[in-house]
Design a protein. Structure first.
Length: 392
């Protein structure tokens, strides 16, 4: 019994915490220790804190939603500066969507003429053919018709525009007409009738150097054989450069409604191709088949487009395949050239026979196009060919 009491007393002493000297039994550190030692009290406190945080979060989200649907404050209008009118002498472009699937096309602001304005000439001059020259370009440069340039040089290049060779000297007359080389036995009446002029026109033209009294009888005139005579206003009978084809030429109906019917007769190509525009640099895509089967040449609205080689037009009109206004020229032997995105109202019609370098249309931005340029393709038996390998 005594042992029990003693043990109990000692146990009680061990469990009793005696504050050290100078310490208060109710100090804060002791309170915190007892708080954290009591697990129930700790859990209750943590729950209260969590609840307060949750309430604050819900309140914050609600405020954001309320502010989000709240009407925006009215904008205070500010006056725009007054637009100044352009001077009357500054041209402004006209716009049109005619013939377009979408987008706006700017019409040309420059009027084009068929021939250049050149200085008056009273003498026969010569011109040396340069790389890329054509009968049509030379004629425009000197303010003459292409026929005049051709007929004046038939003894040099023959009766076809494709006879041009770099380095050859051509005669350039001061007037439209032709240059005739006198042959022994000819009569003035017959020559004049052949060219559709009066014989006096030939005799009295100053550059011919003929004296009517010395010429004598027009039926047997006194003119030295080999003399070159200008025939002002003269014309030659049309020389047919059109040959029969082994197979009819035609465009593809897949391209759209501009396809031409089978053409049995038509010009054939020379086998070489010249630049279709005056600009020879690109404004868009290069030849990257099968994504892009041609070249996109730079230029402006209304820039001239030329036939890259002689041939016959087998497609002329709108294409449903993104080309917009399209011309296709068949050059025979399986070769065809494509000219796309052309300007409305400028296309040479179906079945036209064209010579290399002849004007066939004007540059536009029709079809799938973001600006004025020429999409140009060369195809052989329907397969795209790299134009860089053939253009010269």
């Amino acid at each position: 019994m005594a042992e029990t009491d003693t043990s109990t007393t000692e146990s009680t002493k061990e469990n009793h915490i005696t504050p050290s000297k100078g310490e208060s039994p109710d100090r804060p550190s002791s309170i915190r220790e007892r708080y954290f030692q009591n697990s129930n009290l700790f859990r209750i406190g943590l729950s209260v804190i969590t609840f307060i945080v949750a309430v604050m979060g819900v309140w914050g989200v609600g405020s954001l939603i309320a502010n989000g649907i709240q009407a925006s404050p009215e904008l205070t209008p500010t006056p725009s500066p007054q637009v100044e009118n352009l001077p009357e002498d500054i041209p402004t472009p006209a716009f049109s969507t005619e013939g377009q699937n979408s987008g706006v096309v700017r019409e040309p602001e420059i009027s084009f003429t068929t021939s250049s304005q050149v200085e008056d000439r009273d003498q026969i001059t010569t011109y040396t053919v340069q790389a890329g020259d054509t009968i049509f370009g030379i004629a425009e440069e000197f303010g003459l018709t292409p026929e005049t340039v051709l007929w004046s040089n038939r003894y040099i290049i023959g009766d076809t525009p494709d006879g041009l060779v770099v380095g050859v000297e051509l005669y350039i007359l001061p007037v439209d007409g032709l240059y005739h080389q006198w042959s022994e036995g000819e009569g003035l009446n017959g020559v004049a009738e052949f060219y559709g002029v009066d014989p006096d026109v030939i005799v009295n033209y100053p550059l011919n150097g003929l004296d009517p009294e010395t010429v004598g009888n027009y039926a047997n005139p006194n003119i030295e054989p080999g003399t070159m005579l200008v025939v002002p206003g003269g014309i030659r009978p049309t020389v047919s450069w059109v040959v029969a084809r082994d197979e009819a030429a035609s465009g593809s109906s897949y391209l759209g409604p501009g396809v031409c019917g089978g053409i049995i007769y038509g010009n054939v190509g020379t086998g070489t191709f010249t630049w279709p525009t005056t600009a020879t640099w690109l404004s868009g895509y290069d030849y990257t088949p099968p994504v892009h089967n041609g070249l996109d040449f730079d230029g402006d609205f209304g820039s001239p487009i030329y036939a890259s080689d002689s041939g016959v037009v087998v497609y002329s009109g709108w294409s449903d395949r993104g080309y917009g206004n399209l011309i296709v020229i068949d050059h025979d032997d399986g070769w065809q050239s494509f000219y796309a995105h052309l300007m409305d109202g400028t296309l040479i019609p179906c079945g036209s026979n064209v010579q290399k370098g002849q004007l066939i249309a004007s540059m536009g931005s029709t079809g799938k196009s973001s600006g004025p340029h020429l999409h140009f393709e060369l195809r052989l038996n329907g397969s795209p060919m790299n134009p860089w390998q053939y253009l010269n």
